[in-house]
Design a protein around this ligand. Structure first.
Ligand code: NAD
Length: 452
């Protein structure tokens, strides 16, 4: 059994030394989840609702502890970690309530009665990334468990601590043994076993597009259900008629939040040419006020990147740029990358095309509405995006033309548990959140009963 040393990205101090599970451990967890399946799927809806609410309340009662763990493991500012911990509880509450609302239907037919049922799938494998570890785990745990499935959660091996704690809290809240299993190990071996194992009926994955494609190929063999939440290169489109103060004040948060390690990061800022210089000046001023430093300080807006390896990956993009603004980073240890703003004439630089997953904004001019839509859609990704304008009709025309799944107008907002979230094109397959996601964690069964 190999071990992984987890370091605090802000200090490089060792946070934990963790044994890695083996493929055999994963097999045992899958078998445990399968064995718990019958008991969980037959828990009455009201009791399943109650148990999930108790899980949510237990998470809320441990929100500070979870937040601190997340910040020490992945470097997210403590204010964001606290927000995430409470959002985990809210997400679990929402899906607890959904247990009794995800109803089938009756359909008018000749000669009898026709009805549909949403049946649980069985064992579901949840594979999550390192950028919002506990939050993204909850996006999958909530609907998977509410729908009557049992789960094996495989968190990113570099940020597993809050997922492990969620597993403990679920037991503390009274979820039966075997319903929620957490296995920590490398993706290519232990994670891949969820793709291969015949007892696993579905894989729900959030991570890179490269790995998502591999999983899609792997799942083909058993026609295994698969949902994918993948990468992004989203556009923040600022028209000349926008409230420029408001758009510029929001722009740093749209791209530098979580050190840019955010699939929804609006890392392409598209600005109408007639206000380009004026907006850029305001954006740079707002970025200069962005406080980078100790993630345990509640005043901090941005912490370090997650690991030394990831810092090297981001630097490989940013060192070729000629930024118009580069922020400050703390001296001393830690995996720090400054906030950075660069200008591009068009979409040709690689930094405009590829997901950097760091605090780097590319600002690109456009001429008119059609030009803005053309540049926005000139990407293999289509996850999120924003439009800033005071013209309501324009906002509607542009959002309908954008090839992206999760869009906001005069706001950076992307994710709410009650509204569908997901991507077009190579940003994903399926949706998270809202009642829609429950269809991804159930099979639709149709039954005809003759009355003749
Ligand atoms: P990653 O693809 O490297 O890893 C994600 C998870 O997959 C990890 O748990 C990893 O261990 C596992 N994994 C890796 N190879 C595997 C394999 N062969 N079989 C099974 N599991 C495997 O991604 P990451 O670096 O952890 O996360 C960053 C990426 O996630 C970015 O591209 C980001 O855009 C994306 N992301 C997307 C969303 C979304 O909702 N669309 C949200 C957050 C992050």
């Amino acid at each position: 059994m190999s071990a992984l040393i987890l370091r605090n990205p802000a200090t490089e101090a060792v946070v934990a030394e963790l044994p890695h599970a083996t493929v055999e451990d994963m097999d045992a967890a899958i078998v445990r989840a399968a064995a718990a399946g019958d008991a969980w799927r037959t828990v009455s809806p009201a009791d399943r609702n109650r148990l999930l609410r108790r899980f949510a309340d237990t998470v809320a009662a441990h929100a500070d502890e979870l937040a601190e763990l997340e910040t020490r493991n992945m470097g997210m500012p403590i204010g964001s970690s606290r927000w995430c911990a409470n959002a985990v509880a809210d997400t679990l509450h929402y899906f607890a309530g959904a247990v009794e609302k995800h109803a089938g239907s009756t359909i008018p037919v000749a000669g009898g009665v026709d009805m549909t049922f949403h049946e649980p799938l069985g064992v579901v494998g949840l594979i999550t990334p390192w950028n919002f570890p506990m939050l993204i785990a909850s996006w999958k745990l909530g609907p998977a468990l509410a729908a009557g499935n049992t789960v094996v959660l495989k968190p990113a091996e570099i940020t597993p601590l809050t997922s492990i704690r969620l597993g403990e809290l679920a037991l503390e809240a009274g979820l039966p043994e075997g319903v929620l299993n957490v296995v920590v190990g490398p993706g290519s071996t232990v994670g891949w076993r969820l793709v291969e194992h015949p007892l696993v009926r579905k894989v729900a994955f959030t991570g890179s597009t490269v790995v998502g494609k591999r999983l899609m190929q792997g799942c083909a063999d058993q026609v295994k259900r698969l949902t994918l939440e993948l990468g992004g290169k989203s556009a923040n489109i600022v028209f000349a008629d926008a409230d420029l103060e408001k758009a510029a004040a929001a722009a740093p948060g749209a791209v530098f939040d979580n050190s840019g390690q955010d699939c929804c990061s609006r890392s392409r800022v598209l600005v109408q040419r007639s206000v380009f210089d004026e907006f850029l000046e305001k954006f740079v001023a707002a970025a200069a006020a962005w406080k980078v430093g100790d993630p345990m300080d509640t005043a901090t807006a941005m912490g370090p990147l997650v690991t030394a390896d990831h810092l090297a990956r981001v630097l490989a993009y940013s060192r070729d740029l000629q930024p118009v603004f580069t922020g400050e980073v703390p001296d001393g240890p830690g995996y720090w990358h400054p906030v950075m703003i660069a200008v591009a004439d068009d979409m040709s630089p690689v930094a405009c095309r590829e997901e950097i997953f760091g605090p780097v904004a590319m600002v690109i001019p456009f001429d008119d509405e059609a030009d803005a839509v053309r540049i926005c859609n000139d990407s293999e990704y289509g996850l999120s995006g924003s439009v800033w304008t005071r013209d309501g009709a324009r906002a509607l025309r542009v959002v309908r033309a954008m090839e992206a799944g999760t869009i906001s107008v005069n706001s950076n907002s992307s994710v709410r548990y009650a509204t569908p979230f997901g991507g077009f094109k190579q940003s994903g397959l399926g949706r998270e959140h809202s009642m829609h996601v429950l269809d991804h964690y159930t099979e639709l069964k149709n039954v005809f009963i003759s009355t003749e």
